[in-house]
Design a protein around this ligand. Sequence first.
Ligand SMILES: Nc1ncnc2c1ncn2[C@@H]1O[C@H](COP(=O)(O)OP(=O)(O)OP(=O)(O)O)[C@@H](O)[C@H]1O
Length: 300
Amino acid sequence: MTLKLTNVTKKFGSFTAVDQLSIEIPEQQIFGFLGANGAGKTTTFRMILGLLDESSGDISWNNEPVDYSKSNYIGYLPEERGLYPKLKVSDQIVYLGRLRGMKKNDILQELKKWLERFKVEDYFDKKVEELSKGNQQKIQFISAVIHKPKLLILDEPFSGLDPVNVEMLKQAVVDLKNEGTSIVFSSHRMEHVEELCEHLCIMQRGKPVVHGALKEIKRSFGKKNLFIHADFDLNFLKDLPGVVGFKDFPEGCKLQIESEEKSQDILTAIQGKGFIRRFELEEPSLNDIFIEKAGESYEQ
Ligand SMILES: Nc1ncnc2c1ncn2[C@@H]1O[C@H](COP(=O)(O)OP(=O)(O)OP(=O)(O)O)[C@@H](O)[C@H]1O
């Protein structure tokens, strides 16, 4: 069960919001779909969901055109949260579950399971407007997964949540993946993406600028991070050849170096100058890669 986008383009008048996008969302994985503000993520999600028509290109599910009349295999958590404030949580979820073709008893059974899991059992009979923002988000998450979709699209699922609730939702996302759901997930928080996604795509100006397996993306980026903690001034390192980035910290510095071989020159340069507590070479973070490849927004 894979979702495949082939040369998908979306134009709004003369403006191209998504430009010849070709990606494949692997089965039963969490796929990170990233990009600066305005890069075209939500527009792509809306095309996958059939809410917007693509200007050209093709979207298929399991090698067949997506059949939106039977779209109950898709779940969607939109970036703009939208529940009916005056409805009770149970009525809200029953209503949405019925739209997905579920029986009322099955909906209630699933809902109780989720409310318990998210530690909000007491909200079953509460009106949505009585809930905090974070708890409303849990309810909206439940509404996106109540029908056990095979493909789940999550637009910024953790925004506005406290760390405890982020962990709770993250674990739910991982469990859904392990139970067989393919998940497409957008976030501006790179550490969440690093933790959850094996494959990802970074969009810039409607085009994918980085695409593939996270491990391979990091390896092929070339540049590495070098962390040095020492009891002497390390500022001189920023002028050494091969050093392309420098960040000062109270306990030392983080260098971005052109390739891992350069670390040996740096080691030679600091030896004998004083006490070195840490000298550690690391793969670039996804944040480093994102900033270099997509560090600008794209608005009309
Ligand atoms: N209905 C529309 N009409 C005209 N332009 C639009 C429309 N929807 C989106 N756009 C434009 O398309 C571009 C991509 O928008 P989109 O919402 O897909 O970005 P995004 O990557 O989801 O951004 P963000 O991270 O801020 O949510 C933006 O420049 C936006 O202004």
